[in-house]
Design a binder for this molecule. Structure first.
Ligand code: SF4
Length: 660
């Protein structure tokens, strides 16, 4: 097999190194880096070379002006101001960097709180951070300086904590963006704990913007620290930094201006070096330098909140959990009366019920917003607050998923269900090698050691027909082609030999050839493992190729349930007919626009009183507009929710308004 043309692409580590090296090739980046290097060199060498000369007391030379012996004059003790400015570089830079480190670390903890602590506690932390961000950092620093007391340590803590809210907000925004991606959902489904989720999957992907912003913040901290020392709140004699030297020099600004100008110039130069370098990094790397607006959302395409805890499903009231509750041997998934709602009043999933046995495959089909993906996410317990999940029964492989979430349940879900996401690019952590990501699942759930887990990962990659699996396992996701990534994703989903595979639009991002390969693979993997397959798609033909049975969803409800083989002959719901009519065939007249389902999908927050499809249905009458039809079985293994299903059965064309 020919090597993948993407093989030549460098790994993320190398990519990052080359991007950072590219910063140095820009004029701004080169100038800022040179200036910064000079400042850091001085910080390292000046105290070693010139401390003795800077601290030498010569009362006979007190308060002298600039001369060849003392270029910037002397202070009251006759100490050389020029050498003091040079020596003060280390303490000034050291304190600024330490304050920034405290700010970044505290900001990281606060900003990641919603992910680690859950939505409720996270909201409290976020409110406090938002309040703190409203105050200028210098004002906060003065406030904290009063609390922590006068001196280096007090000022250091004050500056660190004053910077923290900015980093907390930045971290929260970055974490929210990452937390919406599929690989985080996959890791959560695999049972990865919150702390490991943060350290292994989130932090490595937000490091770059944090470093860029920290560089700029160090420049600001340097200026602010000088301000605190200047005000007498920072460094205390006999130590000195630029702020203190500036305060001393200012006493004789009219007679010996150089003693004040020099430390001020040093502060400005060093601060500019950090700021300019941060700016050059931001420009070159495309990283937002100013923290993004709170609450920004990432590419989490369907989760309704940013970072939140899993919305635990509740049992629908009035139900007897013991009634008819014995799963038969072949049952894998039982969903009864599943509801998903949001605080805005919308109910995108309404009373969905279905069951899946071993080796069975069920396709859930419908337009965007029909509730099919939310149904799958609710089953996998991947829905987060503020989503509210209720059901009469929700059972996977004999286990009640309505029981309170626990570590054991997460472990059970991680081994019993595997999820294949739509976009394999977002389904893998971009900075971790493919093999390690697969191995993590085995290590997490089968308690395998690293070597054993990696061997299992390679075996799975081989089973999903990835050529040279040992080599591919060592590669990063971007080094695999789209089809190969999706196959690796399937490999990851079946690492734990799950009883249920949930595939959410797994072929949408692929070309037609890769699509066919992936569908075939999914089917054969399912058949080999005798697993149940819940296949989500907007494409009724794809569902027809893969599944035994089709559930057609509209406005959060199942409106038709029938065997795939009977789709063309026995579909009786006008919506199903419209979906089928929208599929082009060999007989389709290419000169006419493709048929579409007329009208717009129903808004789950504003559903009509009767049948939700009525505004788009050519058969709608007054009964349809006032009464929602129940899902009714026909006694032959089919169900439909339509008052006029018999008319559609007699003449399907009636149900389709091709001209919309
Ligand atoms: S119940 Fe009425 S409006 Fe709804 S799909 Fe059937 S015919 Fe159309």
């Amino acid at each position: 097999m020919a090597a993948n043309p993407t093989d030549a692409r460098p790994a993320p580590g190398h990519q990052m190194a080359s991007r950072w090296a590219a910063v140095l090739r820009t004029p701004l980046g080169a100038a800022a880096a040179a200036l910064l290097a000079l400042v850091l060199l001085l910080a390292i060498l000046a105290p070693v070379l010139w401390t003795r000369r800077a601290n030498a007391i010569d009362v006979g030379a007190s308060l002298e002006g600039p001369s060849s012996a003392h270029w910037l004059g002397t202070n009251t003790l006759g100490q050389d101001v020029f050498y003091q400015v040079l020596v003060a570089t280390r303490l000034s830079v050291q304190l600024a960097l330490a304050a920034t480190a405290i700010g970044v670390a505290t900001g990281l903890i606060l900003g990641a709180a919603p992910l680690v602590l859950g939505a409720r506690a996270g909201r409290v932390v976020t409110a406090v951070v938002n309040l703190a961000v409203a105050f200028p950092p210098l004002l906060l620093a003065l406030f904290f300086a009063v609390i922590f007391g006068v001196g280096e340590v007090g000022a250091l803590l004050a500056m660190g904590f004053a910077t923290a809210p900015t980093f907390a907000r930045l971290t929260r925004t970055l974490v929210a963006r990452i937390a919406g991606l599929d690989y985080i959902a996959a890791a959560r489904l695999a049972g990865v704990g919150r702390i490991r989720l943060l350290t292994r999957h989130v932090l490595p992907n937000i490091g770059e913007p944090l470093i860029v912003n920290a560089t700029t913040a160090a420049g600001t901290a340097l200026l602010s620290f000088a301000g605190l020392s200047f005000l007498g709140l920072g460094v205390q004699p006999p130590d000195y930094d630029w702020g203190l030297l500036l305060a001393n020099g200012l006493d004789a600004i009219y007679t010996r201006p150089a003693a004040a100008v020099a430390p001020a110039a040093a502060v400005v130069l060093a601060g500019s070096a950090f700021n300019l370098f941060g700016e050059a990094l931001a420009l070159s790397l495309g990283v937002p330098e100013v923290p993004a607006a709170a609450g920004a959302r990432g590419r989490g395409r369907r989760r309704r909140n940013d970072v939140a805890r899993t919305a635990g499903p509740e049992r629908v009231r009035g139900d007897d959990p013991g009634r008819a509750d014995q799963p038969d041997d072949r049952e894998v998934l039982l969903v009864e009366d599943l509801w998903v709602s949001f605080p805005d009043g919308s109910t995108p999933v309404r009373g969905v019920s279905f069951a899946l046995g071993r080796g069975e495959s069920v396709g859930v089909v419908g337009e965007s917003g029909s509730g099919k993906t939310l149904t799958a996410l609710a089953v996998a317990r991947l829905l987060e607050e503020p989503a509210r999940v209720r059901a009469r029964r929700l059972r996977l492989a004999g286990q009640d998923l309505l029981a309170a979430a626990s570590r054991a349940q997460r472990h059970f879900l991680g081994t019993s269900a595997g999820m294949v996401f739509q976009d394999p690019m977002t389904a893998f952590n971009p900075v971790k090698r493919v093999g390690r990501q697969l191995a993590e699942v085995a290590a997490e759930h089968q308690g395998m050691r690293q070597r054993q887990a990696m061997a299992r990962a390679v075996q799975r990659l081989r089973e999903v027909r990835i050529p040279a699996p040992e080599r591919r396992a060592r590669q990063f996701p971007h080094e695999l082609s789209g089809g190969m990534r999706q196959r690796a994703m399937i490999g990851m989903a079946v690492m734990g030999s799950p009883a249920l595979i949930i595939a959410d639009e797994p072929t949408t991002a692929l070309d037609i050839i890769a699509q066919r390969q992936v569908l075939r693979l999914l089917k054969s993997i399912q058949a080999e493992g005798d697993a149940a397959l819940l296949f989500i798609s907007h494409d009724i033909t794809v569902v027809g190729q893969v599944c035994d049975r089709v559930l057609v969803m509209y406005a959060g409800r199942i409106v038709e349930n029938l065997p795939t083989a009977e789709l063309l002959s026995h579909a009786r719901h006008p919506y199903t007919q419209a979906l089928l009519a929208a599929v082009p065939s060999m007989a389709t007249d290419r000169t006419r626009p493709l048929a579409v389902v007329p009208g717009r999908p129903a808004d789950p927050a504003r559903l009509p009183a009767g049948c939700a499809f009525a505004p788009r249905c050519p058969l709608a009458d007054t009964r349809c507009a006032s009464l929602d039809p129940p899902l009714t079985a026909d006694g032959e293994g089919r169900q439909v929710a339509c008052w006029h299903a018999d008319r559609v059965a007699a003449d399907p064309v009636l149900a389709v308004n091709r001209d919309g």
